[in-house]
Design a protein around this ligand. Sequence first.
Ligand code: KE4
Length: 425
Amino acid sequence: MNQSKKLFEQASRSIAGGVNSPVRAFRAVGGNPVFFSHAKGPYLYDADGKEYIDYIGSWGPMIAGHANPKVINAVHEAIKNGLSFGAPTAIETEMAERVKSFFPTMQKLRFCSSGTEATMSAIRLARGFTNRDTIVKFEGCYHGHSDSLLVKAGSGALTFGIPSSPGVPVDLAKHTLNLPFNDLDAAEALFKDKGESLACLIIEPITGNMNMILPKSGYLEGLRKLCDQHGSVMIFDEVMTGFRVAKGGATELTGVKPDLICLGKIIGGGMPVGAFGGRDDIMDMLAPNGPVYQAGTLSGNPVAMAAGLATLDVIAMPGFYESLSEITASFSKGMVTAAEKAGVAMQGVCRGGMFGLFFADQPVNTFAAVTGCDEEIFKRFFHQMLDRGIYLAPSMYEAGFVSSAHTKDDIERTIDAAQLSFASL
Ligand code: KE4
């Protein structure tokens, strides 16, 4: 019996579902999750010592590759000074100023310890700033697991939301409305009907949780205009896309200026860091300056800040995004070409170090189109690639990631494995 299977059985006796986050359990693809013992550069090593080329990167943070020496050294140095003070440190200010240099619309920000905290806090802030309760999210977008954001569309986009998880009160869920992503007409209809009651809209400007979908031309600009017309706060959830699709995330790529931005993943370089920030007048509503409460014991933790800063040093190097975009594009093109040669319909999209692959014969730009992709083929492909030492996200709804540590040889090995896998589907 392989070590991962044994470890999973043992974990399942003490940890709910055997994992500390559901997607890791392989439920969407079947089989047992792989347990890893260590990682280096683009590679993960499982409990049996088998090497994998990693295209998840811990769900985004590991853009500089696993165990990047610069990041490891920075953490080693920080740890010598102690782990946590629960009091302000200069490194938090240094990190805040550095983040603002990547995201100039963030006039002020606050650190927290996860993307969930960042988005949960941002919508509370928007509700407090506007004195409105109703928020808008987009079907297929995921913003972490706070109650107001675990809500799906009711019978129609214009009706109140319903909980997408037990434990979320119906009375709370009704304050969250869902719109279809990339449908500006639907957004205009909702704002026409309810605009004056909408505290905010929160969106993944380039989605990653219904796999990777780019906004249609003019879509985000249209949402920006609606928020301006109705006094609603525009929140970009860049937890995944921030520092990933470009140095300044989707905000830089699209040129649309949100009122608040939520960050996570890469900002911590693998350590627990989230952040939210934006317009001064909104952020000044946050305690202790203002009445909107938000807090966190380990927020701005100096060791996590050191990991984040070192990671931002790496990605700020000249040419970083040019070479990352180039190798990611070669990966995406190679996968689609290999699929075509095997007579398998596949669509590919990528920006910066993020990619989306769809088993579909047409480009995918809506949630409905994603759900129409061939999940059975995806599952078989996932396991074929896993057997060949290629670690893709265990869900067809997840985007994938390339790091600066991936080499042309890694991409060639991946495409070779894909050719064999497509032929065996
Ligand atoms: P965390 O609380 O997991 O740090 O961040 C939540 C979050 C918020 N916003 C976006 C756009 C996100 O993608 C996420 C988390 N992403 C998932 C994967 N799609 C993390 C993996 C997991 O849940 O284990």
